[in-house]
Design a binder for this molecule. Structure first.
Ligand code: NI
Ligand code: MN
Length: 226
């Protein structure tokens, strides 16, 4: 798989020949001013929860590309009323798509859509095929539910975890999360976008390396082969 970081919690992941876009929040992020949403191609848009900093550019990109949304029932219903098609899921459920299996897993956070509509319960995604598996945690606190992931899913090749603190877990808790999910390779996201989530990136990387783990702290626009 190839992971491209688009800033904040936005990722474009080429997986098994399909382009999976996660939580697009680009036009509202001054740090991502060099990313043009008109150039983003996507087959699917996966949405972890309803907050503005995760759904802002969903409608524009879905309308242009025809991408199919994947999220919880409430978020898919809300976008459905705007004419955007999607596949609804809920916690603990998995479904086989044409690129692989997606499981919608627990997250501890909150979720309301930008107009105040109830957004259902926030979640994360574990995605796999025969030879690769990744976890996109979404906005979440550290939670013991993460222990269920290695019990119910294939071994992770990479875990994408929030590290910005304040609204989600910080990098210290992300280090513990990497143990719970059984993956020593972590890509950090949801940091630096707003003043309360600015972090010391060198300190974060050092904490992981002292524990024999790898924390990738991506630059916006940077891509990684996994
Ligand atoms: Ni959020
Ligand atoms: Mn957020």
């Amino acid at each position: 798989m190839k992971i491209t970081y688009l800033g904040h919690a936005s990722l474009l992941i080429a997986f098994n020949g399909k382009r999976l876009l996660f939580d697009p929040f680009i036009t509202g992020n001054p740090l991502a001013k060099d990313i043009d949403i008109a150039t983003i191609e996507a087959d699917y848009i996966l949405i972890t929860h309803g907050h503005q900093d995760h759904v802002l550019d969903v409608e524009a990109i879905a309308n242009r590309t025809g991408a199919m949304l994947i999220s919880n029932f409430e978020i898919i219903s809300w976008f459905g009323e705007k004419g955007v098609k999607g596949h609804p899921m809920n916690h603990g459920g998995k479904f086989d798509f044409d690129f692989g299996t997606v499981k919608y897993v627990n997250a501890i956070h909150s979720s309301v859509l930008p107009d105040g509509t109830y957004g259902g319960n926030q979640g994360g995604f574990v995605i796999w095929d025969e030879d690769q598996c990744l976890y996109v945690a979404g906005d979440t606190a550290l939670t013991l539910d993460m222990k269920l992931i290695p019990m119910t899913c294939p071994k992770l090749d990479i875990a994408i975890l929030p590290i910005g603190d304040n609204f989600t877990m910080g990098y210290e808790d992300a280090l513990i999360a990497s143990d719970l999910v059984g993956c020593s390779r972590v890509l950090g996201y949801h940091f630096d976008t707003f003043p309360p989530i600015e972090i010391d990136k060198e300190k974060a990387k050092q904490l992981f390396s002292e524990d024999g783990k790898e924390l990738i702290v991506p630059e916006i626009g940077e891509s990684f082969e996994v």
